[in-house]
Design a protein around this ligand. Structure first.
Ligand SMILES: C[S@@+](CC[C@H](N)C(=O)[O-])C[C@H]1O[C@@H](n2cnc3c(N)ncnc32)[C@H](O)[C@@H]1O
Length: 243
């Protein structure tokens, strides 16, 4: 079951968000409700095919480095599941069975995940463990408490409290597991705060390293040498792996 906006307001209160944060989160949901039907095309527009393949390959290789035949994966802020589905297929074509879940705050994104055969979890990135408890209780799913890989693509700059998200990811990471984040590098296009509902204008490699080091023992951050193109503007991408 996918929750309604009314239920989501109740869940956000139960998760302990204050009125200001609830307002901001609802604004994110309203924006992404309208983006959801077009999200797959938007990703194809932002990134060329070879760039999409490289991105998926980066994630798949990182998962394979765990050396396991079965992995539980959580995609945080999975959106329409564009990358979630490709990562699952990429792993399975290399003989790794992936039990993969997509967590997102926006109901229409969850519907698209479900259509792609990915178990949708309604939830907030800043409070993953508690969100999964609520989703298991109210949405008729039985998602695990821990995952071997927690990943997130093109979403980190949307989070209200990115540092809290890293702590929240760590809480649901199984022993020996890793977090893989791909997102946009810092830029100066403040118009994206309005046009794309971006909360932050990306992060520099130094900022990501500093945030990651506060939460994780192992921190590896590097530029991908890839760009996404938004409204004619090129924005660089980075890859961060935390364990
Ligand atoms: C730019 S889209 C990225 C979607 C997907 N990861 C991709 O690569 O196409 C950002 C997603 O983050 C979700 N989102 C924003 N803030 C969130 C939060 N605090 N917790 C969970 N999801 C959130 C939105 O609903 C939206 O689906």
């Amino acid at each position: 079951m996918i929750p309604s906006i009314k239920e989501i307001r109740l869940f956000l209160r139960r998760l302990g968000f204050d009125q200001g944060s609830i307002k901001e989160l609802i604004e994110q949901i309203e924006y992404f409700e309208t983006e959801a039907p077009e999200r797959d095309d938007i990703v194809r527009d932002y990134l060329r095919n070879e760039c999409i393949e490289r991105l998926v390959d980066e994630i798949v290789k990182e998962v394979i480095r765990l050396g396991r035949k079965d992995v539980r994966i959580l995609d945080v802020a999975a959106g329409s599941g564009f990358f979630t589905e490709r990562v699952k297929n990429g792993l399975e074509s290399r003989g790794v069975r992936a039990e993969i879940y997509g967590l997102d705050i926006t109901p229409s994104m969850l519907k698209r995940l479900k259509k792609k055969g990915i178990t949708p979890i309604w939830g907030v990135a800043e409070k993953i463990r508690e969100s999964i408890e609520i989703a298991n209780e109210h949405c008729g799913i039985n998602a695990p408490k821990e995952f071997d890989v927690v990943l997130s693509t093109l979403a980190f700059h949307h989070f209200l409290k990115p540092e809290a998200v890293l702590g929240s990811m760590k809480e649901v990471l199984a022993n020996g597991g890793k977090v893989v984040i791909i997102d946009v590098l810092k830029h100066s296009h403040s118009e994206f705060k309005d046009t794309l509902k971006d909360t932050h204008l990306g992060f520099s490699l130094g900022e990501i390293k500093e945030m990651g080091s506060k939460v994780f023992g192992k921190v590896e951050v590097r530029p991908l040498g890839l760009h996404c193109e938004v409204d004619g503007v090129l924005i660089g991408l980075y890859r961060a792996v935390f364990a």
